[in-house]
Design a protein around this ligand. Structure first.
Ligand code: PMP
Length: 427
């Protein structure tokens, strides 16, 4: 009964201060950065509100803007057939399944979607999670454990890093797309661990390039590891019919142990999938925390993804068109003297700027001139490789690309002339 001694008033006050969210040191850092940006007249490009659906164009503050900042790669979000499918799913099932699938949330539309994804990719089975990020966290975190080794590309998405961290396995990253370095790591470290997982992406969202899948498959054969490919950005983008990097590389999809992808890009929804063998998918369905202890995918999202696959299978010309648009951007940008880094000209291209503040400034200038492309700045990328990132959609027309390149080259040159380039402190 009150035997625990009350903390001294000063300690109590310090404790209270420590718990105030507005005093979190990390939040103060963010506020300082915002204040500096405000002071030198560089508004923040983040959390800008788009008035409605974003495709090749978007509406911001009532203005029509050329848009290069959406994952709507094949223009399927907002496609009448896709929206109709989402509405039909709501009419039949409601907006939620109101339970984990394991207990009372299983619906025919889940099985239909997973069957369609598996067939599209060319593997046995698939399992869907309600978030793409959670798919990587949950699957990697659950499959790997202490004593195992996870090797991933240095540009791997945060969800891969978080999953590997949570798993308790030893983690090592290899330099971006450097499979010689990966091979050396496998020689040096594979033997000392129980299981080894190698994670790469089908198309890297920062640089717009992709790995040599044939060589990865050969390394898998030689060293014996699970090969996992995150196709968030390559599904619907790579391969003649949009089936992803395996189709692009001419590799049997069954040579890859774990396919991962999202429904938030080409498939016009949100959520993610793991695809591969039936045993892998069963294991995750019965035991992965992010699946078992999470609600089943909302029916309208599943409906939209199925309809997106319908349109994609019926109209592979969307994939061809996206490719032509991406190639045009890369060619025109290079001709205009812009640096597109390693971009292969599929769906994504950076324009290298150099430092963070300059990238933010350039993005703001472009928006003033009717072009929306977002800056990627430190700490998302090293300070010296801050860039603008352009995402393309099959809805873009050649004239959109020409306009974007002309405006970007013009503003880029003006900034260089003005000597604009205040280095942001590398935090
Ligand atoms: N993997 C990669 C490679 C990604 O780029 C993203 C997010 N863009 C995710 C996973 C997470 O997917 P989601 O946004 O659908 O949660």
């Amino acid at each position: 009964d009150g035997s625990a001694e009350a903390p001294a008033p000063r300690a109590k006050r310090a404790r209270k201060a420590q718990l105030r969210f507005q005093d979190l040191p990390e939040l103060k850092d963010i506020r300082t950065q915002q204040a500096v940006a405000e002071l030198i007249g560089v508004g923040t490009p983040f959390f800008r509100v788009h008035d409605d659906r974003a495709g090749a164009t978007t509406h911001i503050d009532g203005r029509t803007i050329l848009n290069f900042a959406s994952y709507n790669y094949l223009g399927l979000n907002g496609h009448p057939e896709v929206s109709a499918a989402a509405k039909a799913a709501i009419d039949r099932y409601g907006t939620s399944v109101s339970a984990s699938r394991l207990v009372a949330g299983e619906r025919p539309i889940h099985q239909e979607l997973e069957g369609r994804i598996a067939r599209f990719i060319g593997v046995e089975a698939a399992v869907c999670f309600v978030s793409g990020h959670a798919t990587n966290v949950s699957a990697i975190g659950h499959l790997m454990r202490q004593g195992d080794l996870v090797l991933y590309d240095s540009l791997a998405h945060n969800s891969i890093v978080v999953g590997a961290t949570l798993s308790g396995a030893t983690r090592r990253l290899f330099p971006h797309n450097d499979l010689d370095a990966l091979e050396e790591m496998l020689i040096a470290h594979a033997h000392g661990h129980a299981r080894v997982l190698v994670v790469v992406e089908g198309l890297y969202s920062m640089d717009g390039d992709f790995p040599d899948l044939k060589r990865l498959v050969a390394l898998r054969e030689r060293f014996g590891f699970w090969l996992m490919v995150d196709e968030a950005h390559s599904l619907g983008v790579l391969g003649k019919t949009g089936r992803g990097i395996a189709e692009e590389a001419g590799v049997d999809p069954n040579e890859i142990d774990i396919w991962m992808g999202t429904l938030s890009k080409t498939l016009s929804g949100c959520g993610g999938y793991i695809a591969g063998s039936a045993a892998l998918c069963d294991y995750l369905k019965f035991s992965a925390p992010g699946f078992v202890y999470s609600v089943g995918m909302p029916p309208p999202v599943a409906g939209a993804a199925i309809a997106s696959l319908d349109v994609l299978e019926r109209e592979p010309e969307r994939v061809t068109k996206l490719r032509a648009i991406g190639q045009r951007f890369v060619e025109k940008a290079k001709a205009a003297g812009l640096d597109v880094g390693a971009s292969a000209g599929f769906a994504i291209s950076p324009v290298m700027v150099g430092d963070s503040l300059r990238a933010v400034h350039l993005a703001n200038r472009l928006l003033e001139r009717g072009v929306n492309a977002l800056p990627i700045i430190h700490p998302a990328v090293p300070e010296r490789s801050a860039r603008l990132r352009f995402f393309f959609t099959s809805e873009h027309e050649p004239a959109h690309i020409d306009e974007a390149v002309a405006v970007t080259a013009d503003e880029h040159a003006k900034l260089a002339e003005a000597g604009f380039g205040i280095k942001m402190a590398a935090a």
